[in-house]
Ligand binder design. Structure first.
Ligand SMILES: Nc1nc2c(ncn2[C@@H]2O[C@H](COP(=O)(O)OP(=O)(O)OP(=O)(O)O)[C@@H](O)[C@H]2O)c(=O)[nH]1
Ligand SMILES: [Mg+2]
Length: 446
């Protein structure tokens, strides 16, 4: 028998209310013991006092009972909305545990919802990622996934594979007959379309990963151009040390800020130059890997100094790293201009001053980020989902060769693999271990 579990479902810290969730057979009894109410009607919000087992008062709270199977987990659930803060919710949870109820593991409520058929894995993962989402665009995409968009794609792909499989199985039974050319052609066409679609979804999901995890924006340039000053200005506080000495920043500094509807990670880096100092060299190595890791690189130049060899070096690095989104910005525009912009190539230049203003830069970053999330097309939101469709695609490709050479047993074998892989997105085939791993990444009380 599964135990009854309880957890605080809201974040710790100061808040106006906190929610405690109890799920399982004993949930109703917990509600009765805590509130001292005999009759509790499902889906009715009770304003009630809650008591410890020694009858002392804990808090006044809203209590709602959802009877199985009409609840998130499919089990009996009781939720208490109590006063917020660090203490009350913990006191209520302690009282519940004192009645012999278990503490929930992270993601255990969602796992029960899955096991009881209330949600499939794509919906569970969408819920979990929605909590982490770093942009409004991601929230929109995930809301659609929660409503079953990915589930529908999985079902339709599966149908298509099963149709081809069924045809092949029938033909195996009539081994002496040749398969009509046009039928093979139409199967190949359908399978090609599916693998193309899968590849597009995988590519888009990689490109748009930052919508959920937060895009990374790195500020790079030679020493002393004002990278750390710009970081501080973006954050509105003095996070990084700024000085007129070149080579001040030795290590990368990463912080979160909100730009438009996105929460991004902004990285200040050590100035790139031919350093002789060992520590500075290591810092510069980190600057180079920040360029690799970043979704957008802001390449900063100092407008108050003439273009020099160090600027040249920074420019050559951008040229080597193709397919990255770069923004070329000229800083210190509040000072007299000494930089010959013609030397910066054909790049669009954004003028900023860490001291006087940098609106054009934040607008440019915002528009680049918006363009990534603009079309709310479907995306895969976990490594597990990406792996499953990639394996599906591989199995379909493996199936093509034997189909063309008339080896239908092999074709069927690979197609069955593909069906198994695509189905695993909604329901994994070798259950328990995958489920435990997946749900353990969810947050507590979810
Ligand atoms: N007038 C003016 N001075 C600036 C501006 N931005 C930065 N500075 C000055 O330029 C100097 C270098 O600034 P930093 O922010 O430390 O430069 P950095 O690029 O981080 O330098 P490293 O960490 O050495 O690579 C400091 O004296 C800043 O006060 C600006 O927009 N206008
Ligand atoms: Mg610096």
């Amino acid at each position: 028998m599964t135990s009854t579990i309880a957890a605080i479902a809201t974040a710790h810290g100061v808040s106006s209310i906190s929610i405690i969730r109890v799920s399982g057979k004993e949930a109703l009894k917990v509600a009765q013991l805590l509130s001292k109410k005999e009759q509790i009607t499902p889906r009715h919000a009770y304003l009630t006092s809650l008591f410890r087992s020694d009858n002392s008062l804990i808090d006044q709270a809203i209590m709602i009972y959802f009877s199985a199977p009409n609840s998130f987990t499919g089990e009996d659930i009781v939720e208490f909305q109590c006063h917020g803060g660090m203490i009350v919710a913990q006191e209520i949870l302690d009282a519940i545990v004192a009645f012999g109820i278990d503490l929930a593991m992270p993601g255990e409520f969602s796992k029960r919802a899955f096991l009881n058929g209330k949600i499939d894995l794509t919906e569970a993962e969408a819920i979990s990622k929605l909590i982490e989402a770093k942009s409004v665009d991601a929230a929109k995409i995930l809301a659609k996934q929660m409503k079953g968009e990915l589930k529908t794609f999985v079902n339709e792909s599966r149908e298509l594979l099963l149709e081809s499989l069924a045809y092949s199985e029938v033909m195996i039974d009539y081994a002496e007959e040749d398969i009509p050319e046009d039928i093979i052609e139409s199967i190949v066409k359908k399978l090609d379309a599916l693998t193309d679609q899968i590849q597009k979804i995988v590519d888009a999901s990689h490109r748009r990963k930052g919508l959920i995890e937060g895009f990374k924006v790195a500020i790079v340039g030679k020493p002393n151009v004002g990278k750390s000053s710009l970081l501080n200005a973006l954050l509105s506080y003095d996070r990084a040390i700024v000085s007129e000495i070149a080579g001040t920043t030795r290590d990368t500094i990463e912080e979160q800020i909100r730009i438009g509807t996105h929460i991004i990670r902004i990285v200040d880096t050590a100035g790139i130059r031919n350093a002789s100092d060992d520590i500075e060299k290591r810092g510069i190595e980190r600057s180079m890997s920040s360029i690799e890791d970043a979704d957008i690189v802001v390449v900063l130049f100092d407008g108050s100094r003439p273009f020099d060899e160090e600027d040249e070096k920074v420019l050559s690095i951008i040229k080597e790293t193709e397919e990255k989104a770069f923004i070329v910005a000229v800083n210190k525009t509040d000072l007299e201009r000494k930089l010959d912009r013609g030397l910066l190539g054909n790049n669009d230049l954004i003028e900023v001053s860490a001291k006087k203003g940098f609106d054009l830069l934040t607008k440019k970053i915002e528009s680049l980020l918006d363009s990534v999330g603009k079309d709310e097309e479907m995306m895969l939101v976990t490594a597990r989902q990406i792996e499953a469709v990639t394996l599906t695609k591989q199995s379909i490709l493996d199936a093509k060769e034997p189909l063309l050479s008339g080896e239908l047993e092999f074709f069927s074998y690979h197609l069955k693999e593909a069906v198994k892989q695509i189905s695993s997105i909604s329901k994994p085939y070798d259950n328990e271990e995958i489920l435990d791993k997946m749900f353990s990444e969810f947050c507590l009380g979810k």
